[in-house]
Design a protein around this ligand. Structure first.
Ligand SMILES: Cc1cc2nc3c(=O)[nH]c(=O)nc-3n(C[C@H](O)[C@H](O)[C@H](O)COP(=O)(O)OP(=O)(O)OC[C@H]3O[C@@H](n4cnc5c(N)ncnc54)[C@H](O)[C@@H]3O)c2cc1C
Length: 481
């Protein structure tokens, strides 16, 4: 439903009506209509805002930002609102009258593939799924893939430097981005929308906006790298005893297949048992191992030798004690079933009740040592605590989650134990050279942790950058810093 423009404060109604000739008007929602945009995906935070506006053009976005600056109103950029750290929520303290949510999901004015340059320039509002489809229609491939891809926007993906399942081969969103255009906190348009792979002309400002979680400007258009479409994909499942064995298998696969290894996901048996309980299905291997790994290899050639090469690797791996069991998906359906086991873990755990979640990264080599130290520590602190551990092992990224002991109320458990568990986990992560946020970002959820776990000089530099670009502190205030 549209909010009549005359219900908005005059300065805002003027800004949303100030369109270039021929542009569709900016949608604005208030009251009940705005509610879906005021609560985050995990339903941890519900903020307030005077309205949610949906500019359709960069020019409209710019006029809204300028009006906010003139009127001293805080701006919260929002894309698909699938973020997991509360980065896109409105005002949590006040009545929202001084905060505007600027949702970029209707920014869809540009979608241009340059096949010879292997790039796609696209407005921030396209969903990740649509971006993948645009690449595919051009016979090319955009590798970023997240379970939220039908809803999250490419602007949000840049703002969070999203990771996903193919980072091992293609890198994070940062590595996939060649250029961007953004409306800066004062309303100026930063035009770095280049498809250049080499451009050493001073500070590379795209990297300031990528991963800034909307605190340094609003991304309006992006230029992405495209790749050859894999013609052969092999999906396989390994039963492994523990993280040590999984790390051995990962490195052996990298030695043998290098860039053809596109995913290596590790899951503990306990996490998979939850999936079987809530979604049914069965594990692809018979061996009762404590750990499992999902392996994906791909090749740009129609290449039956990939399967032969993997079978030969698997034989060596089983003999060399790098895995206890192995199953290769024989068709697309079996491959999908393997991925579903991995992708349903979060949802299965959510159905078990509230849980303590961590999205941490460590050097791959340190993961077994970290687990050896931290798991017994947690078991001692909270006897019966149920680990649900899985993640992108190839990137050193663990989703390191814990459900309460069986029979306990998860809400009560969280109230008394969450901060103690967090401290025990994050201290060990730091001691092993890791990061307290691998791919979900800082937002509100981890903002107060950051000064403890990030280098003090790095925090001071971040604050100076923020002050220099946003002296009025109007762009997503209170997030990250
Ligand atoms: C089921 C599920 C699975 C997920 N899996 C992964 C995963 O594997 N890897 C991963 O990294 N993340 C994952 N996520 C998290 C989330 O999908 C990503 O962070 C995604 O990139 C957010 O995009 P969005 O458009 O929804 O952004 P939003 O949630 O709307 O916003 C996220 C942050 O970006 C800012 N922002 C949004 N749009 C813009 C813009 N145009 N300009 C400037 N700032 C902006 C916001 O202010 C906020 O701080 C998952 C989430 C869900 C729900």
């Amino acid at each position: 439903m549209k909010t009549p423009i005359d219900q908005l404060p005059p300065w805002l109604s003027q800004a949303v009506s100030a369109q270039e000739a021929g542009d569709s008007p900016t949608l604005a929602l208030t009251g009940e209509d705005a509610k879906p945009y005021l609560t985050d995906w995990r339903k941890r935070y519900s903020g307030k805002a005077l309205a949610v506006v949906f500019p359709r053009t960069t020019a409209a976005l710019q006029s809204i930002v300028k009006a906010c600056v003139t009127n001293g109103v805080a701006m919260v950029p929002q894309g698909g609102n699938t973020g997991l750290v509360g980065g896109a929520v409105g005002d949590l303290q006040g009545d929202g009258s001084n905060t505007l949510i600027i949702n970029t999901s209707r920014l869809r004015e540009t979608a241009v593939v340059d096949s010879a340059n292997r790039t796609l320039s696209v407005s921030a509002g396209y969903t990740l799924l649509e971006v993948q489809q645009l690449a595919e229609q051009a016979g090319l491939y955009f590798p970023l893939s997240l379970a939220s891809e039908g809803t999250c926007t490419i602007g949000g993906n840049l703002a969070t430097n999203a990771g996903g399942t193919a980072v091992l081969r293609y890198g994070n969103t940062r590595e996939l981005t060649l250029g961007l255009q953004a409306v800066m906190p004062d309303g100026a348009l930063l035009d770095s929308l280049t498809g250049l792979r080499k451009n050493n002309t001073g500070y590379d400002l795209r990297h300031l906006l990528i991963g800034a979680e909307g605190t340094l400007g609003i991304i309006s258009t992006v230029t992405l790298r495209l790749f050859a479409k894999p013609k052969t994909t092999l999906t396989a499942w390994l039963g492994v005893n523990d993280a040590q064995q999984a790390v051995g298998a990962l490195n052996s696969l990298l030695d043998r297949f290098d860039a053809q290894l596109t995913a290596f996901e590790w899951m503990q048996q306990d996490a998979l048992m939850l999936v079987l309980r809530h979604f049914g299905g069965q594990l692809p291997v018979a061996a009762q191992t404590a750990g499992h790994a999902l392996v994906e290899l791909s090749s740009p050639h129609a290449d039956s030798r990939l399967a032969e090469a993997f079978e030969s690797w698997a034989q060596d791996a089983l003999q060399g004690n790098l895995a206890q069991d192995c199953a290769i998906a024989q068709n697309l359906e079996q491959a999908k079933q393997m991925w579903a086991l991995r992708e349903n873990i979060s949802e299965a755990q959510a159905r078990e009740g509230l849980n303590v979640k961590h999205d941490v990264s460590l050097p791959v080599s340190s993961i077994p040592g970290f687990l050896d130290v931290n798991l017994p520590r947690l078991q001692q602190m909270c006897p019966g605590i149920r680990p649900v551990i899985f993640g992108h092992l190839g990137d050193g990224n663990l989703h390191y989650n814990f459900s309460c002991p069986a029979g306990e109320d998860s809400r009560t458990f969280l109230a008394s134990m969450e901060s103690v568990i967090n401290e025990a986990v994050l201290n060990d992560v730091q001691n092993f050279g890791g990061s307290v946020s691998a791919e979900h970002g800082i937002g509100l959820l981890k903002r107060d942790l950051l000064p403890r776990y990030k280098d003090a000089t790095a925090i001071a530099v971040m604050k100076s950058v923020k002050r220099a670009l946003d002296p009025l502190n109007l762009m997503n205030p209170g997030k990250v810093l």
